[in-house]
Design a binder for this molecule. Structure first.
Ligand code: GLN
Length: 534
């Protein structure tokens, strides 16, 4: 019998519900609880694959090939576990399932309604996630803000579960903003209103978490307790922190996991976050005292765009800690680079992350050229590998029109071409080459030096690949394809021989990086950048 903790949010979005859910899960795990985390997104999309990453953040890919919300990436990083597709539910897939059943005649004669048909589907998915993950406690983060029209069905399903499950097997944690105004006062009214909105939906929160600039004082907590019907000792703070990795430590000090477990009658032994504490301390120390390595990540630019490359930035940070450097990574606008309005000379390493389409692509290729010609460590991720191959095609092999057929279908030198099985694919949702696949690593290469294994598994999300017809020519020009598909002619890792560090991969290794254990390719890249800095 699993127990469920629902995490809801009030007042506004982007409060850090995901970081809170991940941190709580971390504490429960350390405390000996078998825990998992699930995210429910109220959108009408069926998965995150078709969402704009510059509005919603990175599309994270589970090993079983689901394109999901970036919060799932946080769950993986905090729990140091691989997630499964059941851990992310987008409401489009719920409505689709209900309508498919209606068409099949599964409900013949019935009037199909949000309650009970859609809510039943939501509850079934939540329970199935608990079952698949084997969680004794499943934390369910409900996306959006209480009061949003689209979240109503999800909240209603949660309310019903509270009623259906045994007493105290369902707990509600509500996170809301407690802003500080110019007088220095922390204002509780927005939180009070959002709790009222929750109560109106039949949900009484058991715990409240104030998202605030600093820790709430006791009088403020008292006030919240009085107005919101939650005991003072069950009101916590999620303060603004330098690093999200500090949050489990802050919550631990407040006894959050302990109190929640007490209420749910779940056995909890006080955690031993020793290793985590050490790493977070080291992170802080390096940030304050250095040494620092500057990395330029060349991508599309928009406000908040760092979230669109979240796992990449996290991986660089992890790799920094284990290389004893602070990684100062900034996002460089590829379009500005294209127009000659950006400069790369201050960086000790250049990274081109995954991407799609033609916008800013010549700027990214210019960044590759700069790194290759100046011996600056380079790491190309997916599109970043493909563009590195295009750059070599143009400037080492002399194919002036070398390109990817993604952007130039009629090029005479399609050095990057569509995967054969993708040629007949017409639908866009969930149809890329997705999920974890094996990579054979060639001995005697830099890739082998870093992975120390001939067989690794990495995650993928792409439609195009290095055209096998050109592989020989690239090899003659100095490329070594050090990682390949075990069964097919797909190049998965490539490196340039006469360069301190010039590597690219068709995979997304950033999904595997952890604070405790950096991903080898990122580790090697930051190490090379550190070498250059010295
Ligand atoms: N657009 C490229 C492809 O589909 C690269 C994808 C990516 O970087 N994830 O192959």
């Amino acid at each position: 019998m699993s127990k469920f903790v629902f995490v809801t949010g009030g007042v506004l979005s982007s409060l850090g519900k995901g970081s809170f859910a991940a941190s709580l899960a971390k504490l429960l795990k350390e405390g000996g609880v078998k825990v998992s985390v699930m995210k429910i997104d109220p959108y009408l999309n069926c998965d995150a694959g078709t969402l704009n990453p510059f509005e919603h953040g990175e599309v994270f890919v589970t090993r079983d090939g689901f394109e999901c919300d970036l919060d799932v990436g946080n769950y993986e990083r905090f729990l140091n576990e691989f997630a499964v597709h059941e851990q992310n539910l987008m409401m489009g897939s719920v409505y689709k399932a209900v309508i498919d059943k209606e068409r099949r005649g599964d409900y013949l004669g019935k009037t199909i309604q949000l309650i009970p048909h859609a809510t039943n589907e939501v509850k079934a998915r939540i329970r199935s996630c608990a079952k698949v993950t084997g969680a004794d406690v499943l934390i369910v983060e409900i996306g959006g803000t209480v009061g949003d029209l689209e979240s109503e069905v999800v909240l209603e399903a949660a309310r019903q579960m509270n009623f259906e499950e045994p007493p105290e097997a369902v707990t509600f944690v509500h996170l809301a903003l407690v802003p500080t105004i110019t007088t220095g006062e922390a204002k509780t009214k927005p939180m009070q209103h959002s709790v009222k909105a929750l109560l109106a939906r039949g949900i009484t929160p058991n715990f409240l978490v104030a998202r605030a600039d600093s820790m709430l004082t006791n009088p403020v907590k008292e006030k919240i307790a009085l107005f919101c019907n939650v005991r003072e000792e069950n009101v916590f703070t999620s303060p603004t922190l330098d690093s999200v990795y500090e949050l489990p430590l802050t919550l631990e000090k407040q006894g959050v996991a302990q109190r929640i477990c007490e209420r749910m009658h779940v056995k909890f032994e006080d955690g031993k976050l020793d290793e985590w504490k050490k790493l977070v301390g080291r992170l802080k120390e390096l940030r304050e005292k250095g040494p620092t390595v500057k990395i330029g990540v060349v991508g599309k630019y928009a406000t908040g765009a760092k979230d669109a490359y979240m796992s990449v930035f996290e991986s660089l940070l992890h790799a920094g800690v284990h290389n004893d450097v602070h990684v100062d990574a900034s996002l460089i606008d590829s379009e500005a680079l294209e127009k000659g309005k950006a400069n790369l000379s201050e960086f000790q390493g250049i990274l081109v992350p995954g991407g799609f389409g033609g916008r800013g692509v010549e700027g990214k290729i210019a960044a590759v050229k700069f790194a290759r010609e100046n011996g600056v460590p380079y790491l190309g991720i997916c599109y970043g590998l493909q563009l590195a191959v295009i750059e070599s095609g143009r400037n080492l092999l002399g194919f002036k029109d070398a390109n990817t057929t993604e952007n130039e279908p009629d090029t005479k030198h399609p050095v990057i071409d569509i995967l054969p099985e993708q040629k007949t694919v017409t639908e866009k949702g969930g149809t890329m080459r997705l999920g974890a696949k094996q990579v054979l690593v060639l001995k005697g290469t830099k890739a082998f030096e870093l992975y120390k294994s001939e067989k690794i598994t990495k995650r993928f999300r792409h439609r195009y690949e290095i055209n096998p017809e050109f592989v020989k020519q690239f090899e003659e020009a100095g490329w070594v394809f050090s990682g390949k598909d075990p069964e097919r002619e797909i190049m998965k890792i490539g490196e340039l021989k006469d360069h301190p560090f010039f590597m690219g991969t068709q995979a997304h290794p950033e999904f595997d990086s952890r604070l405790e254990e950096p991903e080898p390719l990122y580790y090697g890249f930051v190490k090379a950048a550190k070498g250059r800095a010295e």
